[in-house]
Design a binder for this molecule. Sequence first.
Ligand SMILES: Nc1ncnc2c1ncn2[C@@H]1O[C@H](COP(=O)(O)OP(=O)(O)OP(=O)(O)O)[C@@H](O)[C@H]1O
Ligand SMILES: [Mg+2]
Length: 456
Amino acid sequence: MILIVDDDPSVLASLRLVLKQAGWPSHGLASPAEAIAWLETSACELVIQDMNFSRQTSGEEGLALLRRIKTVRPAVPVVLITAWASIALAVEGMKAGASDFVTKPWTNPQILQTVQTALGLAAARRDSGTDVPPREDLDRRYDFDGLIGDHPRFLKVLDLVGRVSDTGASVLVTGESGTGKELVAEALHRNSRRRAGPFVKVNLGGISSTLFESEMFGHVKGAFTDARADRRGRFELADGGTIFLDEIGELDPAAQVKLLRVLQDRTYEVLGSSTTRTVDVRVVSATNRNLAEMVRAGTFREDLLYRLNLIALHLPPLRDRAEDIPTLATRFVQTFAVAHGREGLALDPAALRWLQGLPWPGNVRQLRQWIERAVLVSRRDLLRPDDLAAAAEMEAPAAAADPLPPVGSMTMDEIEKAMILKSLRHHGGNISRVAEALGLSRAALYRRFEKHGIDV
Ligand SMILES: Nc1ncnc2c1ncn2[C@@H]1O[C@H](COP(=O)(O)OP(=O)(O)OP(=O)(O)O)[C@@H](O)[C@H]1O
Ligand SMILES: [Mg+2]
């Protein structure tokens, strides 16, 4: 049973009708007091509540109701309805535990999609134990091909990926550079019923603010000087599938507003045309930046963040799951040995131990690159620490066969700083080459310089 709380009888009636047609029974009530009394005694799967009672614009009563519901029935998902003008109120509501929000005027498909997502997520949460499922269980249920790892922290992420993949909920994937965010985004698509539809990746870091609208929404011929022909936007290309918004933290404020609008009601206008288009997409975004911090600093919109991260997936850095390094390294050696005609090539156990002791600022991508280079460069059949160090352009570790981390008493941070300084010297201060060698973006490399107080 779905409870709808709204003091406008016509809204109540139309919402109930839409839900009924979709096969969901509902109950309508006009006041917060009635709603709480009803919830205390009735089985309820979801609440849809208006935030502006008695034409109140402050939303105090709506917020108070939401908080009461979250006290009485914390597990019941609550979807808020707010005026577009009071989107700040929706953000307050999300902080107070609401599952999602829709802004007025809503459309029927939008309400149905929101309700379905909220119910799906609630079910996914109910089913999730605190235990980490074994890798084999996950592989039986989902397609996680290409995602190597068995560390509990990694399996926890995969488990969540599997459970939310089919809900249609917006997912924000975070994690350092090279931790596998794009692989996870692809897995979300592959394990959803949208898998037959397109998966469209957009690198928002590479789109200038002037071209943002034309890239994302398309343009008609003559929309601006260089628009010599009609062009389809990324949202149109992603219709029926998943759009992957990579490097979402790089969006400037103007583009953030434009994106919010399409995420909000799945409608947009093609540049140079006045007709409004509707699109059916699942949104997955990723960043290696801390968006919550950016919200505090005023450089990222809080309402946009809440739109993007209905589900937040965080990928641990490789150094925090160092137990996975042997598996990853071994699989990479196999792959590249076959690719480069070096079948039979293997890793010396000492090499595995050495790899496990490194900080990996570029995470899995860096490990993969190092292994590929070692496979190409080495002339032996058993890769030793020296071969890897040579391929990685580092000095050979002091005692290669020593089971202890070669760099002795240094902390991970110190090793990382030393690695970066060495790479800088090796490449004569060429930032792009250093970034490449460490498997980092230039921006991520600059953040490391800052962290370690390295002047360049
Ligand atoms: N768990 C994993 N198993 C196998 N390969 C992985 C894994 N994680 C990452 N990789 C590999 O590492 C490389 C980087 O992965 P990916 O592009 O998904 O990282 P990312 O988090 O998107 O990085 P960035 O923030 O720099 O964009 C890819 O070659 C990918 O195949
Ligand atoms: Mg990426």
